[in-house]
Unconditional design. Structure first.
Length: 164
C-alpha cells in the first residue's frame, strides 16, 4: 500500500512538471463569460445606434412635413392690406418687415432732433450730441436740503408731515 501511494505521488509530480501553470485563477473568473457579455453589449450598442439614427430620420421627415403645411398658413400681405378693417384680433402679417420698419423708426428717432413736449420745452437730441453736452457741462449736482445735520430722519419725517 505504501508503494502504490508513492507511485501516485510520483505520477502527480510528473504531470505538474510537464504542464504550464495557469496565468489566472481558474475558479474565480470565467473569461468566456466576460467575452460573451462584451460581445452582447457591443451588439446592443450597434443596434441602439442604428435605431436612434432611424428615429432621428423619421422625426426630421415629420418636422419637414409640418413646416411645409404651416408655411401655407401664413397670410398674404396683399390680402391683409386690401382688408384694413378686419375684425380683432389682427395678427401680424409680415413680422420681419414690421420689425425692420420699427427698428428704422427707432434709429431715426435716436439720431435726430425733435420735440418731446413743445409746451414744456422738452427736446430730443441725438445720442452723440447728448453725450458731448454731458461731457462739456458735466452731470447735474443734487441740491442741498437746507436741513440741519443734527436732526434725525425720524424728526425730519415728522416735521414734513406736520407741514402738510
Amino acid at each position: 500500500m505504501a508503494e502504490s501511494r508513492a507511485k501516485a505521488i510520483e505520477t502527480d509530480t510528473r504531470r505538474t512538471a510537464n504542464t504550464a501553470p495557469p496565468e489566472h485563477e481558474q475558479s474565480d473568473v470565467s473569461v468566456k463569460g466576460i467575452g460573451v457579455f462584451l460581445a452582447i453589449l457591443a451588439g446592443f450598442a450597434v443596434i441602439l445606434h442604428f435605431g436612434l439614427a432611424g428615429i432621428d430620420l423619421i422625426l426630421k421627415k415629420l418636422t419637414r412635413n409640418q413646416d411645409q403645411q404651416q408655411s401655407g398658413l401664413v397670410a398674404d400681405p396683399a390680402l391683409a392690406r386690401a382688408r384694413p378693417n378686419f375684425p380683432e384680433p389682427r395678427l401680424q402679417v409680415a413680422p420681419r418687415e414690421d420689425l425692420e420698419t420699427f427698428r428704422a423708426r427707432e434709429e431715426a428717432e435716436l439720431n435726430s432732433y425733435g420735440w418731446v413736449d413743445k409746451t414744456a420745452r422738452i427736446v430730443r437730441l441725438p445720442i452723440e450730441r447728448a453725450m458731448d453736452l454731458l461731457v462739456e457741462r458735466g452731470l447735474p449736482v443734487r441740491g442741498t436740503n437746507d436741513t440741519p445735520s443734527h436732526i434725525s430722519n425720524l424728526e425730519l419725517q415728522r416735521s414734513r408731515a406736520e407741514q402738510r
